[in-house]
Design a protein around this ligand. Sequence first.
Ligand SMILES: Cc1ncc(COP(=O)(O)O)c(C=O)c1O
Length: 390
Amino acid sequence: MVPPYLFAEISRIKAEAIASGADVLDLGIGDPDMPTPDAIIQALKSAVDNPATHRYDETAKGWKSFLESAAKWYRNEFGVEIDPAKEIVQLIGSKEGLAHLAWTYIDPGDLAIVPNPAYSVYRVNTLFAGGEVYETPLREENGFLPVLSEIPTDVARKAKLFYVCYPNNPTGAVAPIGFYRDLVAFCGQYDILLVNDMAYSTVAYDGYRNPSVLQVEGARSVAIEFHSLSKMFNMTGWRLGFALGNAEAVANLAALKSNLDSKQFPAVAEAGAAALSGIRNEASIEMYQRRRDALVDGLNAIGWKVAKPKAAFYVWARVPAPGMTSADFCQELLKRANIVTIPGSGYGTEGEGWVRMSLTLLGDRNGERFSEAVRRIAESGLISQAVAGR
Ligand SMILES: Cc1ncc(COP(=O)(O)O)c(C=O)c1O
């Protein structure tokens, strides 16, 4: 039976609360609340007026101007040259590509290494394709990075794919370039395709810049990296992303997709090309940073010890009430304070004991709704004395 997608259940509970008239603060799904920048909307409007966009995109890997803009964007952002004709494939959002990569590589009985906790798509699609997963735990003491020396040799030998995601959803952790170096060497040694999900590539604070795995020498022979316009340009609903890196993996994914979909509406690809060619969207990043500070500083002030993420837009916090599961805590918080958060257990067994709060909140202008969340959490009585004192 197909498992329900995590957010479907949370959306249902939230809808019930809103229907009952509650002022719900939704720190659940990570979906940029600010509109898509106007220049991108204008680019879409003019692309729609061009009848050449009204037809199938019959290219092998994606709309030409989109692939070229993606390669240029990538070079400006990370200083790495990518061949737009061979090393990039356009996606209908990165979720689609990450899912179909499992279908491309996993036959029944094959193995993928996936993090725990993680965005569910890697694990679920490996299982859908008849494969098995080996879950590598992401723990606070290791900076939420997999410990490669703990992966058994027989697992490494059998694995076809190794999924990682940095900046990380759900933990907000970042990967230093040294970790990518070790991972590239590990995947090279065992002939594993390294998959880095970089959906939050440009979301970073305090001047921090996320590295890309392809900055590591030799990475191109083992790695494919997934990028998304969703979080970068507030374009979640537009469904546009791309994967780049190892030419064979790019070609294999494109070949699978050619049997499944007929690509994105070319006018959307044109608008994506315009976005990648010149939009920085710094206003949104600055907004997330102000919200992060309002939420994290506020929670620490009321005794819930929470770390400040350097990147992505998630605050990953320990359940502040010992004895409660993360699901119990999130439900209780929704009931007592009308705040939607996501139980860490929804991201895997290692997420038990944690809660994820997103910095995307419709209706917040400058962090004031996050301060309101802190006030309600303090009043909820859910932060135990034991935690407040630690
Ligand atoms: C870690 C991660 N990867 C990929 C995605 C998918 O993004 P999209 O399909 O909109 O590009 C998300 C969306 O939330 C995500 O959190």
